[in-house]
Design a protein around this ligand. Sequence first.
Ligand code: NAI
Length: 256
Amino acid sequence: MRLEGKVAFITGAAAAVPGELMGFGGAAAWAFAREGASVMLADINDADGERGAAALRSAGFDAYYHHLDVTSAANWTDAIEATVSAFGALHVLVNNAGTASAANLEETTEEIWDQQMDVHAKGVFLGTRAAIEPMRVAGGGSIVNVSSIFGIIGSPSSTAYHAAKGAIRTFTKAAAVQYAPEGIRVNSLHPGFAQTPLTSEMFDKPQVKEWVLQRIPMGRVGTADDLVPGIVFLAADESRYMTGAELVIDGGVTAQ
Ligand code: NAI
């Protein structure tokens, strides 16, 4: 049990219902529970989030769902308080919530720009800030910020998404350096192209699928199950000497 006794909070975790397509957050919630953690799932999609948490409880795990819009500081205060009050502490935060925008530079309106920066850059900042004090009280913790390979490299589209995911990458390093002396580790995860509720409609379009497949040396689109072992590793004490690091899981896309 690699997360025995840990309390974990995962954003963007609504897609967690067995038998349905899971996202990284939903699949991570199941893996965390199987590794011994108590898990708070958080999202704006309350209907699916409640179904996911209920399924985890039916399987005998310690899990609840809490509504959270990651762009709201007040929501963060409520959700972290609810977690500490339900489970007694906070040891792991996975900042995973996200939305997609494929707009290229000239198609990107100020509204798209602000929305992407709010959900990704501001959301990760607010979550990390809210988690510091309870992790300090717990004597340390691990924060996993889900960026993207699009936070490292460019592409002809998704301009605001690239910028927002890139902000997560360097924010992670700044927070890692600041909180290393207190035993709070902060790392970023950079998934490649993966079939999840966020992307399945996009990747089902033949021309998008072809563009994506051409860029993956391993020749297939990933799944949440390909990413989850990396999230568990960064959350668990086995990665205890890692902070401010980037874990890329992308089938070789960024090796080229
Ligand atoms: P997903 O759809 O399972 O996860 C995204 C979740 O974020 C959804 O449940 C959505 O309701 C939630 N969300 C959106 N806005 C929110 C807000 N303001 N507050 C709280 N929750 C909010 O899809 P997936 O793909 O697992 O995405 C997880 C993360 O992985 C995202 O940050 C995404 O950008 C990132 N990612 C995904 C890749 C992919 O190919 N699927 C590749 C690289 C990164």
